[in-house]
Ligand binder design. Sequence first.
Ligand code: UT7
Length: 327
Amino acid sequence: MHQSKAKITAIGSYVPEQIMTNQHLEKLVDTNDEWIISRTGISERRIASKHEYTSDIGYQAVLDLMKRYNKTVDDVDMIITCTFTPDFKTPSSANLIQAKLGIQQAGAIDLNAACAGFTYGLHMANALITSGLHKKVLVVGAETLSKVTDYADRSTCILFGDGGGAMLVEYDEHNPSFIAYHLDSEGEKSHNLYVTSLSSTMNEEQLQATEKIVQNGREVYKWAVSSVPKGIASLLQNANMTLNQMNWFVPHSANLRMIESICERIHFPLAHTLYSLVHYGNTSSATIPLAIDLAVKENKIKRDDHLLLYGFGGGLTQAGIIIKWTI
Ligand code: UT7
């Protein structure tokens, strides 16, 4: 990999206030708390309010980042919002976040790589900065999955939640964050996880009736536990590093059983694995920044720690990156 010239300098996150517990789901579908916890590790998830959309959640995550790190984003020259639940098909949620922040003269695009979205977004930010074309890129992973979740389908509605995370990536040739990446796409398996028709002109009730996540959970599960360890091996090879050198493993928080199985297969301790699913569920593009930010707030992650981030899901696609923590 080209020597990176990009450094992560700040992180922020946000989740909506409303909590949906497993007990609440028991009233909607034929399920129970014990099944959900034993099969997924999820206790509760956050749900956006009726008028709260992905750009609102992403915007709040950026405000949190600015406040905590005393950062201005006025001079950001690119906003990448990673999401598969944008407010509209067009404009992009990144456009809306740019407007809410009042940033002038910044590029703004949405990136859809489903649950691998945030690691793709960080990879793109590194590429744009290391190439010399951009200086300061805001990467936002935000989702309102509750708006496309079928609350009559017990095999999917127990999994998903809403939330967002953001990272600021800036030019720094002396102390870069990015060490290596590995990307993969298996579109021939895309029928295992997709969202039905999209329309931005519908009201919430119409949207709920037409736009739904459809998933063959068992197939995605089998694919992930066999493919992700192979991808991690390629990523480590690209970095010329070993898992022993990783302080933290941050896989996409899809399902705790899946994470445990991946950890067993790669021989990495669960105690050094970060996930956000217990209280937030599967928030797709947001799971990785949420998991990192929870660990930052608990003072678990130290400067110069090595983190292996690994997103995987709809596509089917996967994206892993190894970073040095530089905040
Ligand atoms: O983020 C994107 C990537 N997505 C994923 O990584 C999701 C991966 N897959 C999963 O997390 C799991 O496959 C699920 C949590 C979705 C399902 O767990 P599972 O252990 O694979 O269950 P299963 O689909 O094999 O179903 C086992 C049984 C079935 O009943 P029968 O046919 O054995 O009688 C299901 O009908 O569990 C039943 N079941 C439920 N029971 C109670 C399915 N959902 C529920 C439920 N409550 N919510």
